[in-house]
Design a protein around this ligand. Sequence first.
Ligand code: PGA
Length: 224
Amino acid sequence: MKDLLLVANWKAHKTEDEARLWLEEFNRKIFEAKLDLTNKQILICPPYTLLQLLNAYVVANALEFKIGAQDVSRFVAGAYTGEIPAEIIKKMASYTIIGHSERRQNFGDTDEVLETKVVNADASGLNIVFCVQGDSTPIPETVKIVAYEPISAIGTGNPESPENAEKVAKSIKEKNKNVEKVLYGGSVTADNIKKFTDIPDISGVLVGGASLEASNFFSLIERC
Ligand code: PGA
């Protein structure tokens, strides 16, 4: 069985209370189902405000889940009001997403800016999940994990065909020799996850909408 990285991207959702309930329900379901997570690495990416809470919960309950941020600042610690630099994130998380299309579209994350974010995340020792929208999106050289997320599939209920996802994943690896894992993201659900995780060149999924309810994310993990 190959190793899978299964990422929940909560985007701009959840209060502390909601996050706590999600964690309790998700953890309980895994426990009750005696779900074997040997080859499944779960990575939860909440808003920055919840990183501390999730980290503390995972440590207190000796869970194997990883915690990640959804972005990092392009600046290092300093006079940058409102920014969250990688070295602060590193205290609460071991991963960060970089280059999500929502950041590229709405927050001026150009290829150059993303390059700087990758440098900062690397310098702090954060693992990176770098999102691309196709096989021609530039990928910084140090990146090892890429999430292929076609814009037409994000939040639309209209996922990429597994055949196409396979082609693009292969091509990303061919063009970027340092990339070790390609994930697929875009309208992944419990009903379609296996079609993607069964593809040899796909090493996991990045899930938005279907990760917001603990029961949905659990079903998805159960079915891959
Ligand atoms: P979705 O989002 O699963 O809601 O399509 C995926 C993503 O944007 O990471």
